[in-house]
Design a protein around this ligand. Structure first.
Ligand code: 7JD
Ligand code: MG
Length: 228
């Protein structure tokens, strides 16, 4: 089969969203995925919860686990002040490539950190890392000169939610007040992660009920504040 789903999203956006207009790219993805073909973006309903948490947290350092086509990356980036840094990790190189092209269409100042040709240091807001989160998380402090994250959006593979959270703790990447926001804690579900953040004395956790992107199926996001 010729094209992939991410490519079909990209082509629809390139045809129908205004260049340099990140809101029109976000709404074009939502209209494609609600009218033409479902895709695993956080979507507009859970996206509004994400927006509210970003605005409330006013983060300077953000980590996203699971870029996919970059829909939530763009939702977050549009709400960050200049000088803030958004690191997004994707292990699928095709997804990462499509995300980069969507960022370009949106006029988002993004760079592919795995590409050597760009100048060193944070010249822009979004830094896309290609690789496995479990391999890259322990390298963030040294490679990217990051100390702690104010906000982590967890939206990759459900079996990695808990081990990667433990890894963030062990690598000293969370500070008292750091916020974890996890997508899909109901569908497909991340039961071991939920059990951990809801029972650990080191987190104050809150569930925001919503619906699975573009469908009438129950899902929700879990906001967990690290208490140090
Ligand atoms: O694998 C996923 N990663 C990140 N987000 C996801 C997401 O929002 C939804 C789903 C998903 C949900 C229902 C279904 F029937 C099939 C896939 C998967 C992921
Ligand atoms: Mg998701």
């Amino acid at each position: 089969s010729g094209t992939t789903r991410p490519m079909r999203i990209l082509h629809y956006v390139q045809r129908s969203a205004k260049c340099g207009d990140v809101l029109s790219v976000i709404s074009a993805i939502d209209s494609f995925c609600s009218k033409v073909e479902w895709a695993m973006n956080v979507g507009d309903k859970k996206g509004e919860i994400l927006d509210a948490v970003v605005l409330e947290t006013r983060p300077r350092y953000v980590l996203e686990l699971g870029t996919y086509c970059g829909y939530s990356t763009m939702r977050i980036a549009r709400l960050l002040p200049p000088g803030a840094r958004l690191i997004t990790i994707e292990m699928n190189s095709h997804y990462a490539q499509v995300a980069k092209e969507l960022f370009q269409h949106a006029g988002l100042d993004a760079q592919d950190k795995s590409a050597e040709k760009r100048p060193a240091g944070p010249t822009c807001k979004v830094e896309l890392l290609l690789g496995s989160s479990s391999v890259l998380i322990p390298q963030l402090k040294k490679k990217l000169d990051i100390d702690k994250f104010d906000l982590v959006f967890i939206d990759h593979w459900k079996v990695s939610y808990l081990p990667d959270t433990r890894l963030l703790e062990e690598c000293g990447l969370l500070k008292s007040g750091s916020v974890l926001l996890a997508d899909n804690v109901t569908c497909p579900g991340a039961p071991d992660y939920l059990e951990y953040v809801r029972n650990s004395p080191r987190y104050r956790s809150q569930y925001f009920p919503s619906q699975l992107e573009y469908l009438q199926v129950e899902d929700g996001v879990e906001k967990s504040v690290f208490l140090g």
